[in-house]
Design a protein around this ligand. Structure first.
Ligand code: NI
Length: 186
């Protein structure tokens, strides 16, 4: 196992249309997936797509931590999961703004329009097909990672660039708002 180098925005690999994985069970794919899990955990990320580690292949890993769930029944928590050759179907025309970060755009965060409910499917390294209908954080992470396989980074989805900033600044503003809210309540 190894921690892989993560490509940052500006590297051309992040703009590639990724190629299908022909043999999900191949030893080099299993190794890549194991290294991607390790890299995602090391970086405290919720997801990582193969092009982010300089491999333009259609696979990503992700996890949906229980403390990030919106509470909706379909916002199901997931342990470390790999999706190989995934497909994603947006189940409505509606879009909601979700705050997202990306390991390839470190330090920044933005509100990105995403479908609230999706269906997705894909296989793991043993060829097991899984298909799920999910919402909330889980749906947002999958849409974000799936976009990476088509060379799309979250700023390309944005409509309101006032909702884009550095984590540290946004957290400071949130703390001030929180303090103001507390002051107003008392
Ligand atoms: Ni990303």
């Amino acid at each position: 196992m190894a921690i892989l180098k993560i490509a940052r925005m500006g590297h051309p690999v992040l703009l590639e249309q990724c190629a299908p994985v022909h043999d999900p069970g191949a030893l080099e794919i299993r190794r890549l997936v194991a290294d991607m899990f390790e890299t995602m955990e090391d970086a405290s990320g919720a997801g990582l797509a193969a092009p982010q580690v300089h491999m333009p292949l259609r696979l990503f890993v992700f996890r949906a931590m229980p403390d990030r769930s919106s509470g909706d029944d379909r916002d199901t928590p997931m342990p470390n999961t790999v999706m190989i050759n995934p497909e994603v179907e947006l189940l409505s025309e509606e879009r909601v703004l979700r705050w997202e970060g990306c390991l390839s755009i470190p330090g920044l965060r933005a509100a990105v329009p995403r479908a609230p409910v999706i269906r997705y499917r894909g296989v793991d390294c043993d060829g097991n097909l899984s298909e799920r209908v999910v919402s909330g954080f889980h749906a947002g992470v999958v849409q974000h990672e799936f976009d990476h396989l088509n060379g799309i980074l979250y700023p390309m989805r944005m409509q309101d660039f006032t909702l884009f900033g550095f984590n540290e600044e946004l957290m400071r503003v949130a703390q001030i708002r929180q303090q103001q809210a507390e002051t107003e309540e008392t």
